[in-house]
Write a protein that binds this ligand. Structure first.
Ligand code: GDP
Ligand code: GDP
Ligand code: MG
Length: 341
């Protein structure tokens, strides 16, 4: 059975667990279904834009011709999938159409879904979860430019972690932006997790140091560290992150467990440039792509993986806390192609 049918069947409402299916996550079937709905809703703009164009294309051509391929290429590029990804994709698609002697556009859609999946997975083992430290403090550092959703993402993740039974602390390492410390503190209070912050303008590394000490004293499981992302001053930002990392390494063996880069999906190719810049500055272990609900160009998930080589670990599909989701390529593809399946 091809991927197309697998995904289609996976999310059929009437599909009942037989106990034989591969376990894809530790959450219950009910949660899986709720998550799928969040994906569907959050990807509405992209789906309406991208898939409706694909459907129109399929209806317009009765045979697969060069013009058909050209138009398809254009649609994929407009969805922000990334030029190189699209080129590779088109090459593979043409080859399969040739080899499998496909003539009708109608019969090509399964191959499109299949090949998009292959681009992303690319034979790699993709780890979407936070790699928690066993029996020790897990340190997650959040980086990214202003306004991308760092602080809200920290709050959403903290809430998830707390619900999983973890002792969580937020550390206000963004001492630069006016109101940032307060904003994080309010979140900590609202969610009911611990907080370490100093006044605005404090040395971020020293706040981090204090926060880590607090965490050790309090026996916390996880700290989530907010930072200021002044990419316009790259040298300073690099020094600041180096200093923060040095302090983390001093307190916790091995340094930060994860460094998550937050990218705003609505910024399109600019977001990709940010990812490249941050990758040069610090060791990014994963990307959180926020505001996917606010763009019709949700193909950026695929472009980021291809152009930066860092996995997207979480995506933001709205402003509610449930809207932060572990990135799941199968749900994503379903969210995009639902109307075509
Ligand atoms: P920061 O400057 O990087 O810390 O950004 P903030 O966390 O303050 O967020 C900036 C704005 O983006 C806020 O209004 C958030 O509610 C909004 N936001 C964050 N994530 C999402 C998302 O996934 N979808 C939508 N629609 N809005 C989001
Ligand atoms: P710096 O060169 O003295 O700024 O030191 P680091 O880059 O190692 O650390 C940055 C900040 O973290 C310092 O300014 C301190 O506020 C804090 N810090 C680092 N190590 C220690 C330590 O061993 N004790 C205390 N009290 N604070 C520390
Ligand atoms: Mg912030």
């Amino acid at each position: 059975m091809g991927l197309f049918n697998k995904i289609k069947n996976m999310f059929k409402p009437e599909a009942s667990p037989t106990g034989k299916e591969k376990v894809i996550s530790d959450s219950s079937a009910k949660e899986q279904k709720e998550d799928t709905v969040i994906y569907e809703k959050g990807l509405t703009k992209t789906r309406e834009n991208f898939v409706s164009k694909l459907i129109n294309l399929t209806n317009k051509y009765h045979k697969i011709t060069e013009e058909y391929f050209d138009e398809l290429e254009e649609i994929l590029i407009m969805a922000d999938i990334g030029v190189n990804t699209v080129m590779d994709f088109m090459e593979r698609l043409r080859k399969r159409v040739r080899d499998e002697k496909i003539e009708k556009p109608e019969d090509i859609k399964e191959i499109i879904v299949d090949e998009l999946f292959i681009i992303y997975v690319n034979d790699e083992l993709i780890v979407n979860k936070i790699n928690y430290v066993k029996d020790g403090l897990t340190v997650v550092l959040f980086v990214g430019v202003n306004g991308v959703g760092k602080t809200t993402t920290i709050a959403k993740l903290a809430d998830k972690m707390k619900n999983e039974g973890k002792k969580v602390r937020l550390i206000a390492g963004d001492t630069f932006r006016a109101g940032a410390v307060k904003q994080l503190e309010e979140w900590a209070n609202r969610i009911g997790v611990s907080f370490t912050g100093r006044e605005e303008g404090s040395d971020p590394a020293s706040v981090v140091y204090d926060g880590l000490q607090d965490a050790l004293k309090n026996g916390d499981d996880v700290v989530l560290i907010d930072t200021a992302g002044r990419l316009q001053n790259k040298v300073n930002l690099m020094k600041e992150l180096e200093k923060i990392n040095k302090v983390i390494g001093k307190v916790v063996e091995g340094g930060a467990t994860e460094t998550l880069l937050i990218i705003d999906a609505t910024t399109g190719q600019n977001g990709i440039s940010q990812a490249k810049a941050f990758k040069e500055i610090t060791d990014v272990t994963g990307i959180v792509l926020t505001k996917l609900d606010g763009t019709a160009k949700g193909g950026i998930v695929l472009a980021i993986k291809e152009s930066v080589g860092i996995p997207v670990k979480f995506i933001g599909l709205g402003e509610r806390k449930e809207d932060l989701q572990v990135f799941d390529i199968e749900k994503y593809i379903y969210g995009l192609f639902k109307d075509m399946m």
